[in-house]
Design a protein around this ligand. Structure first.
Ligand code: GLN
Length: 529
C-alpha cells in the first residue's frame, strides 16, 4: 500500500547495487490515469517532483535522485495515462492498421518496450510498481513484469515484494497474515516473489521470517527486515547488514566489482552527530498543503524538508521544522517570531496568500533569515511593492486578475495556453548571478542552473521600479529578461528564487542556499538565547 516506503526501499536497493560497482537507475510505475503528476494536488499524492528535462513526477523520483546522487529523466516515470496515450496515438496514426488493438498483447508490449528503453544504458533498472496487489489498475504492469520474466530468466528479472507487517497493539504481536494474503494475490497474477521485504515498526524476528518463508515459498535468507528507522538514509545500511545487495547479485550471477559506502556512512555519521549538537535552529515552513482531513501530510514539501536535513547534517546542526499554516495569518505571524529561519515554499492558487505575505513582512522587518522558493519569490516582490514602494494594491494576476499593479504576471507566451498539463515553465534553466551579491557568493559561480515549475514571472515592465531600497535582483536569465533571484542588501539573509533549488539538494551534496539559510539561522538562535 502507499506510504509503506516502497520508494525508499527501491532507492536503497538501487544504492546497494550502485555500491557494488554497477550502473543503475530507477523507474517508477504509477497506475493512475493522469499522464503525469503535474495536475495532482500535493495533499493527494505528495510533492510533485521536477526533473532536469521538465518532467512533473511522483515524489519517489526525488528519493531515487537523492539516494543515487544521479539525475533521472521524464522516462523514469510511467503512468497508465502515459502508456494509453502512446498506444492510442499509435492507433490513430494507423500503426496497427487492420488489427484489433488490445491490452494483451499491445498495451503490455508498450509497457515492456518502455521499460527496456529506459534501462538501455544501465546495468540494472530498479522498477517500482506503485499501488497495491489486487488493485484493478496495476494488473497490466504486473502482467508486463510476468511476461518479462517468462521471456528472460531468474537471473535477469528479480522480483522483490514489499509488504506490511502490522503490530496489533492489543496483543503486541507482529502479524504475517497480510503478507501471506498479499503473496497469494500476487501469485494469482502469475508472479512468485524472489525476495520479501517486510516493513514494520519493529524488525522481523526469526519465527516471523520462518513463517513467511514457509507460507510464501521464499527462502528464509531472502526475507528481509525493514523496520522503522529514525533516518531514511539508514535503510541501505540496514539492507547491507542483511546482505541484500550480495543476494541480488548472486541471483543475477554477477560479481561484486566494488564495495564502498564510505561517503554515505560519513554523511550518516554527521547527521547523527547533529542530533546531539549544541547548535540548534528552528525552521518555520509556511505552507498550505499541510493537512488532509484530521491528518497532516508532510510529504507535500518533501524535497524542501530533505534539503533542510542535508544542509543541517553537513553543518552538524540540530534542527526542527515547525509547520506554519498560512491560512491562519494571525497565528502564523506569532509563530514566526520564535523561528530562527523561515522558508516560503512553492504554491498555487489564492488561498493562504495573506499569511505568507505577513510572514515575509515580519522576516524583512525583524531581520529573520528568509528563503523564498518560486511562489516565495513572487510574494516577496509583492510585499516589497506594497509596503516599501507604496503600491498598496500590487499583486500577482494569479491572485487578482484586476490588480492595478501586476508586479507578477503571465508573459505573452503563457497567455494563449489553455491546457493545464505540462504547460508551465518546466525543468532546468540557467541564471547569471550578479557580482558581489550573497546569492553569487553562496553558489560560488556566475552561471548556474536550477529547476523550474511555474507560469508567472516578475513583470518586465516593473523591473526598474522594483529594484529600489534594499531590493537587489541578484540573478537573471542569460538574456536579462527574467528575474531568477532576489535578495536584500540590508538583511543577514533574505534570498528568494523563482526556481526550486530543493530538487537538486542531495544528502551527499547539500544545496548552498539551504546551507546559507541555516548558518544565518544559527546566528539568530544564538542571539535569541
Ligand atoms: N503559482 C506560481 C506560478 O505558477 C508559483 C508556482 C510555484 O511556486 N511552483 O508561477
Amino acid at each position: 500500500m502507499s506510504g509503506l516506503g516502497k520508494g525508499v526501499t527501491a532507492s536503497s536497493i538501487a544504492k546497494l547495487i550502485k555500491e557494488k560497482g554497477y550502473k543503475v537507475s530507477c523507474l517508477k510505475i504509477d497506475p493512475y490515469v493522469n499522464v503525469d503528476a503535474g495536475t495532482i494536488r500535493p495533499t493527494e499524492h505528495g510533492e510533485v517532483f521536477v526533473t532536469e528535462d521538465g518532467g512533473e513526477i511522483d515524489q519517489d523520483l526525488g528519493n531515487y535522485e537523492r539516494f543515487l546522487n544521479k539525475n533521472h529523466r521524464k522516462e523514469h516515470n510511467l503512468t497508465t495515462g502515459k502508456i494509453y496515450q502512446k498506444l492510442i496515438n499509435k492507433e490513430r496514426k494507423g500503426e496497427y492498421l487492420g488489427k484489433t488493438v488490445q491490452i494483451i498483447p499491445h498495451l503490455i508490449e508498450e509497457i515492456i518496450e518502455h521499460i527496456e528503453k529506459t534501462g538501455e544504458k544501465e546495468d540494472f533498472l530498479v522498477i517500482e510498481i506503485g499501488g497495491t496487489v489486487g488493485d484493478y489498475e496495476n494488473i497490466p504492469f504486473l502482467e508486463a513484469a510476468r511476461q518479462m520474466r517468462r521471456e528472460k530468466s531468474h537471473s535477469e528479472v528479480v522480483f522483490i515484494h514489499v509488504t506490511y507487517l502490522p503490530i496489533i497493539s492489543a496483543i503486541g504481536e507482529q502479524k504475517t497474515k497480510p503478507t501471506q494474503h498479499s503473496v497469494k494475490e500476487l501469485r494469482s497474477e502469475g508472479i512468485i516473489p524472489d525476495f520479501i521485504v517486510g516493513r514494520s515498526e519493529k524488525p522481523l524476528d526469526e519465527p516471523r521470517k520462518e513463517k513467511i518463508s514457509l507460507f510464501c515459498d521464499v527462502k528464509k535468507e531472502k526475507v528481509i527486515s525493514a523496520p522503522n528507522v529514525d533516518n531514511i538514509y539508514k535503510i541501505p545500511v540496514k539492507f547491507k547488514e542483511q546482505k541484500l545487495g550480495d543476494k541480488i547479485l548472486n541471483q543475477t550471477k554477477l560479481k561484486e566489482k566494488n564495495s564502498d559506502l564510505q561517503n554515505w556512512m560519513s554523511m550518516l555519521e554527521k547527521m547523527d552527530k547533529s542530533k546531539d549538537s549544541e547548535k540548534e535552529v528552528k525552521i518555520g515552513l509556511v505552507g498550505k498543503y499541510i493537512s488532509s482531513g484530521d491528518f497532516s501530510v508532510r510529504d507535500s514539501y518533501i524535497s524542501v524538508t530533505e534539503a533542510v536535513k542535508h544542509a543541517a547534517g553537513e553543518l552538524e546542526t540540530n534542527y526542527s521544522i515547525k509547520w506554519i499554516d498560512s491560512t491562519d495569518s494571525e497565528k502564523a505571524k506569532k509563530e514566526i517570531d520564535e523561528m530562527d529561519s523561515v522558508i516560503i515554499p512553492g504554491g498555487f492558487g489564492t488561498s493562504g496568500i495573506k499569511g505568507k505575505i505577513e510572514a515575509i513582512k515580519k522576516c524583512r522587518e525583524d531581520k529573520i533569515p528568509f528563503l523564498g522558493l518560486c511562489l516565495g519569490l513572487q510574494l516577496a516582490v509583492i510585499e516589497h511593492a506594497r509596503n516599501e514602494l507604496s503600491l498598496k494594491k500590487a499583486n500577482s494576476t494569479e491572485i487578482d486578475e484586476d490588480t492595478p499593479h501586476p508586479v507578477i504576471c503571465l508573459l505573452e507566451e503563457q497567455k494563449e495556453i489553455e491546457n493545464k498539463g505540462n504547460t508551465m515553465r518546466l525543468g532546468s534553466y540557467p541564471a547569471i548571478l550578479k557580482k558581489n551579491t550573497k546569492t553569487k557568493n553562496l553558489y560560488g559561480e556566475k552561471r548556474i542552473n536550477e529547476r523550474h515549475r511555474h507560469r508567472y514571472e516578475v513583470n518586465p515592465e516593473y523591473h526598474n521600479k522594483l529594484e529600489k531600497n534594499s531590493m537587489v535582483f541578484s540573478g537573471k536569465s542569460p538574456d536579462g529578461k527574467l528575474i531568477e533571484f532576489i535578495e536584500r542588501n540590508n538583511h543577514p539573509f533574505f534570498i528568494a528564487t523563482q526556481s526550486h533549488p530543493e530538487f537538486k539538494s542531495r544528502p551527499e551534496k547539500p544545496h548552498p542556499l539551504f546551507k546559507g539559510l541555516i548558518e544565518k539561522g544559527i546566528d539568530r538562535a544564538e542571539k535569541r538565547n
